[in-house]
Design a binder for this molecule. Sequence first.
Ligand code: ATR
Length: 275
Amino acid sequence: MKLFGLIGCPVHHSLSPLMHNDAFQSLRIDAHYHAFHVEPHLLKEAVQGLKALQCAGFNVTIPHKTAVMAYMDELDETAKQMGAVNTVVNENGKWIGYNTDGEGFVRALCEQMNIDLSGARILLVGAGGAARGIYFTLLKHRVSAVDVCNRTAGKAETFIAKQTSSVYSLEEAEERLGEYDIIINTTSVGMYPNVDAMPISLQTLKKGTIVSDIIYNPLMTKWLQEAKERGARVQNGVGMFVYQGALAFEKWTGIFPDTKRMEKVVIQQLGGKTC
Ligand code: ATR
């Protein structure tokens, strides 16, 4: 039996073991996925230990996504660009670090909303690790603009490409929502337990805009609910979670799993319906 896993701190609430073990079972792959709680000061030992145990691959979550890069034998270009690793593959005893978060988000967006991004004008809310991964992946599609707004404007300035992007304060962005086809919240604002918080106000949102939130707990954030009431097409964070996992699964096994099935497992566990 092959061993796969997740390292993070904390990991006890992770839905990844359930989602991956269900996919292994349904595809009759003899493998098991386990969530390992790894304290930051023991990260190096944990990564070395997983290699000693011949672990075939693992995911990496908060707070280790950047720190784990130091213990990789090789890094994929996307992971280097993003400055973070979320998926590790054991290739003949070498740890190769990848990042499937940005691609996971974009695949989920295009497939679930049935859109093509060429010519799209996009606004990202937030400039942390998640925003960075999504930003670089969006630039690979023929979008017309990806602007970024953030509470701390200086953070966005560190990674944006000036020819395709502008940086705005949250207040400036709130005035300009009507200019965008797609608006994406990449911050944790609105996530359980602070479910009443909203990342930006939606007063200038136009009908038909696609509004996506990477949060999946709650399944429908207050912000997404308001966007829907204002006539937007909305998407929650389950899609990104499922597709980043599916892309990792593909790197480990060579098989792209059934994302609809994964989504169902995740939503059932979260106790609700998708939007
Ligand atoms: P992640 O790696 O999950 O993206 P992160 O790097 O800590 O996490 O980034 C969190 C993002 O959420 C940042 O854009 C942060 O804004 P700042 O750069 O100003 O810190 C944003 N964020 C978090 N809490 C916020 C809040 N209460 N209001 C506005 N933005 C917030």
